[in-house]
Design a protein around this ligand. Structure first.
Ligand SMILES: Nc1ncnc2c1ncn2[C@@H]1O[C@H](COP(=O)(O)OP(=O)(O)OP(=O)(O)O)[C@@H](O)[C@H]1O
Ligand SMILES: [Mg+2]
Length: 314
């Protein structure tokens, strides 16, 4: 079931087209990584989906409800974490969560149990008595997550939840988000730390100057970027191996890099999953060439991102 669906969603600020005809679908349980340079329109998308502003044109549905006419019902079913947590002086962590729980209409008894649960889940139990503005940045980010979980939303819109976190806190944030994913929540998460999204997300979207230049699985993005099917080989006779492989029809290119061969499979041989693991070694061994190592060259999301975007900014 589609939990987020937008069609030609467009938002303008004066002469700036912050979001330009976004058409996107997230299925239930998707963990969607939203990528794009500063000013691409990621936060704008989330604000529109959270029904905090109206689009100039186009439409959006969240949990099957229309953002234009059913925003109250949508707000009850989503959790939106903005890029900056509002400042709340003079409130303890626990009071802060009770405050939001009450705002969502949770009764006191039930609220107490839920506050305990989200404190536990976000590892803030030890800080329940601390003042909100005394928390470190990482703890504040975790409190931001705790707050959006209070009413057990089905959809989470998380705007750079890991920004400003130290490496350990980022790893903890990632495992928290993966846990939420396992709970079946549909999650849209923006981040500039692409390796992090690579590990967590099943789908990604790449936005550039308000336009979606890609959406789909990471594998599709890798394929579209042309960075697929690269295999790294170490062989005894690199020059002869190059000739043998070129004659085999299995590869479309072969380069020698630091004494290793980096080959690109043809589309046909890549479609045949066996090509890399059996066909290539078979051809080489058949020609009497010893293989010292063979492995797929790993592709990272940063390379894919650079290939699929032009560097334009709003
Ligand atoms: N309230 C606003 N008033 C005027 N312009 C705005 C407003 N909000 C966003 N914009 C503009 O819309 C464009 C998209 O901004 P947005 O915040 O959605 O980008 P973003 O992808 O979240 O960027 P970042 O990675 O820096 O967070 C930018 O050009 C920004 O200046
Ligand atoms: Mg933003």
């Amino acid at each position: 079931m589609a939990m987020i669906e937008t069609e030609n969603l467009t938002k303008e600020f004066g002469s700036t087209v912050a979001l330009d005809g976004l058409t996107l679908t997230l299925e239930q349980g998707d963990m969607f990584g939203y990528i794009g340079p500063n000013g691409a329109g990621k936060s704008t998308t989330m604000k529109l989906l959270a029904c905090l502003m109206r689009p100039n044109s186009g439409s959006a549905r969240v949990c099957g409800l229309d953002c234009a006419t059913e925003s109250d019902a949508i707000r009850a079913r989503i959790g939106y974490m903005p890029d900056f947590l509002g400042v709340y002086h003079d409130l303890k962590v626990e009071e802060y969560l009770h405050f939001f729980g009450a705002a969502y209409g949770l009764r006191r008894g039930k609220r107490r149990a839920i506050v305990n649960d989200v404190l536990e889940l976000t590892d803030l139990t030890g800080k329940r008595e601390a003042m909100v503005d005394s928390l470190s940045r990482g703890m504040q980010q975790r409190l931001g997550i705790a707050r959006v979980l209070i009413h057990d939303p089905e959809v989470l819109l998380l705007d750079e939840p890991a920004s400003g976190l130290d490496p350990r806190a980022r790893i903890e944030m990632r495992s928290l988000l993966m846990e939420l994913g396992r709970m079946g929540k549909t999650i849209m998460i923006s981040s500039h730390i692409l390796s992090e999204l690579h590990e967590m997300c099943n789908t990604i979207g790449i936005l550039e100057t308000g336009q979606l230049v890609f959406s789909g699985s990471i594998e599709e993005a890798v394929r579209k970027s042309g960075l697929h099917g690269l295999i790294e080989l170490e062989v005894d006779q690199a020059d002869r191996a190059t000739i043998v492989l070129q004659q085999s029809g299995l590869i479309s290119s072969c380069q020698q890099v630091n004494g290793k061969l980096v080959i690109t499979l043809t589309d046909e041989s890549e479609a045949d999953n066996q090509a890399g693991t059996t066909a290539i070694p078979k051809v080489l061994v058949g020609a009497g060439i010893g293989i010292r190592s063979i492995r797929p060259q790993s592709v990272n999301l940063e390379d894919v991102f650079l290939r699929l975007t032009t560097g334009a900014v709003n």
